[in-house]
Design a protein around this ligand. Structure first.
Ligand code: GDP
Length: 177
């Protein structure tokens, strides 16, 4: 109710999933802090960052969660997925095996979610085009077949990173408003 003069506020949880070393942590740090790290962190434990944006004059906050290495032990817990309204399913365009895992990640996500989740398939490391193992068309085709948004990104040179997160957050907003 806008007549009471209080600003409406939205807080959406978004999770980033995908195999180890596809660039999940760097996509988040690129988006939230404009930072990139060449060396993989060794930290274990769930972490999230909050990012605000304005949609239709309303403040929309996205709380974006990073597995922070849990997936190495195949132990991404249900708590990680709980309450998520959006997800980025990330693979590395230079490693075919990470693309082959997407189906399993999607299944796990669907198993743990009880609501409509805005999902984007993200082919990260598009700066490594010279050693590409997954053609763009294959990513697109999988996304189309599974009803996901699709984008190739580079956390290294920042290509499409903001766009990918923004599309997911806008889609969540339009799902709930
Ligand atoms: P995570 O395990 O999925 O969180 O992956 P990280 O974010 O830790 O990244 C794994 C490795 O890939 C690190 O050495 C990063 O520097 C590198 N990396 C991440 N994103 C990119 C990218 O877009 N391009 C390139 N060339 N390397 C990347």
């Amino acid at each position: 109710d806008e007549s009471d003069g209080e600003a409406e506020e939205y807080l959406f949880k978004v999770v980033i999933i995908g195999d180890s070393a596809v660039g999940k942590t760097n996509l988040l740090s690129r988006y939230a802090r404009s930072e990139f790290n060449l060396h993989s962190k060794a930290t274990i434990g769930v972490e999230f960052q909050t990012q605000s944006m304005d949609i239709d004059g309303k403040e929309v906050k996205a709380q974006i969660w990073d597995t922070a290495g849990q997936e190495r032990f195949r132990a991404v817990t249900s708590a990680y997925y709980r309450g998520a309204f959006g997800a980025l399913l990330v693979y590395d365009i230079s490693r075919r095996s990470t693309f082959d895992s997407v189906g399993r990640w999607l299944l796990e996500l669907n198993t743990h979610s009880d609501t409509t989740v805005a999902k984007m398939l993200v082919g990260n490391k598009c700066d490594l085009d010279n050693i590409r193992e997954v053609p763009v068309e294959e990513g697109k085709a999988l996304a189309e077949a599974e009803g996901l948004f699709f984008m190739e990104t580079s956390a290294l040179d920042a290509t499409n990173v903001k766009t990918a997160f923004d599309i997911v957050i806008r889609e969540i907003y339009s799902n709930v408003s």
